[in-house]
Design a protein. Structure first.
Length: 99
């Protein structure tokens, strides 16, 4: 049997952590690629194919990091909306009896 799981709107599914992790890893690979590409200080001798793979992974990880950032912002907005609905903002909406 499957259990019903209640997920809070304040849970962001660790998207903030994954956003930082993927962006950092992508930037590290991109910096490594640029250092290898310029050839001023080659860290290790690698094949051109491996260099292309490093560039592809850096672009992929940066893209995943940007998508995780987008989800993080959307979940934060959802939490704000849920908080507003929960506490109610009566000062914005006039009561029907005030007409």
């Amino acid at each position: 049997m499957l259990k019903k799981r209640n997920i809070s709107v304040y849970s962001d599914f660790k998207t903030g952590f994954f956003c930082k992790f993927f962006l950092l890893l992508g930037l590290i690979l991109l910096i490594f690629y640029v250092i290898q590409w310029t050839g001023t200080v080659p860290l290790i001798t690698i094949n051109e194919n491996v260099s292309g793979i490093i560039l592809a992974f850096s672009i992929l990880l940066l893209g995943i990091g940007i998508i995780a950032f987008f989800f993080n912002r959307q979940l934060a907005k959802l939490a704000e909306i849920a908080d507003e609905v929960e506490h109610g903002d009566e000062s914005e909406h006039p009561k029907k009896s005030d007409k």
